[in-house]
Design a protein around this ligand. Structure first.
Ligand code: CTP
Ligand code: CA
Length: 224
């Protein structure tokens, strides 16, 4: 494993990684979001930089310190993450979508704080653009890796995302187990390719990130 980093397995490659949650504003003080900590994406960015890549980390709001040797772009909403990701991914060699992008945003964002006058209220939502699908559809597409956060049927749903989004690899994790994934320091994943899958048992996210970057480097540059 150490060899991968000493030889700079991703040297000369531009790698773009999305991380963390997004926030979808309801009004100036409220938003819709999720429990993503950003730890997996930050660990992947650190591992990519270690492997010699020019690494761009597009991050939603998290309480983590940006890794050394990584250019971090801070975004808030899915729409902002989409724009930054498409801009950076064009001409890159590798794109890893680890962000937990909010699937929907409020149709309207109130410019003023909403007062609790009404006994009931409804927030109408509209779907956000799918960032990783848009990157995978670029004419000059990078090797494109997605995550799949599932609470059931892990492999089936992950394979569905691989095919539907035209991805090269999907890293699936079970988010119903709170000791792994989302807010945890550890993760346990199933790495899903078109014809195979490989389970990686529960392990610290930094170690897992290095293993995943080594595997991806091997897939993108098998002769090295
Ligand atoms: N993703 C994305 N843009 C979105 C939603 C998801 O780029 N608007 C990416 C995530 O970063 C992840 C992959 O798509 O790499 C799968 O995300 P996930 O939430 O598991 O799947 P969805 O396609 O959103 O489907 P669902 O939430 O219904 O399972
Ligand atoms: Ca989703």
């Amino acid at each position: 494993m150490a060899d991968i980093f000493e030889t700079g397995a991703l040297a000369g490659k531009k790698v773009v990684i999305t991380a963390g949650p997004t926030r979808e504003a309801i009004d100036p003080v409220r938003y819709i979001s999720n429990h993503s900590s950003g730890k997996m994406g930050y660990a992947l960015a650190e591992a990519a930089a270690e492997a010699g890549a020019e690494t761009i980390l597009i991050s939603g709001p998290v309480s983590l310190t940006p890794p050394d040797r990584v250019r971090t772009i801070a975004v808030t909403s899915a729409q902002e993450m989409y724009e930054a990701a498409l801009h950076e991914a064009d001409g890159s060699e590798l794109f890893i979508a680890s962000a937990a992008v909010a699937d929907y945003r409020p149709v309207q964002t109130s410019q003023q704080k909403i007062k609790k006058d009404a006994a009931e209220m409804t927030i109408e939502l509209v779907k956000n653009p799918d960032i990783v699908s848009a990157v995978a559809a670029l004419a000059n597409r990078p090797f494109t890796v997605g995550f799949a956060a599932e609470t059931a049927n892990l492999e089936n749903y992950a394979r569905g995302k691989l095919e539907r989004k035209n991805l090269d690899l999907v890293i699936a994790n079970d988010v119903s187990d709170r000791t792994i994934g989302f807010n945890s320091d550890d993760n346990e994943v199933l790495v899903v390719e078109m014809n195979t899958s490989e389970a990686i048992p529960k392990i610290n996210k930094s170690i897992l990130a290095r293993q995943l970057i080594a595997k991806i480097a091997e897939m993108t540059n098998p002769t090295k």
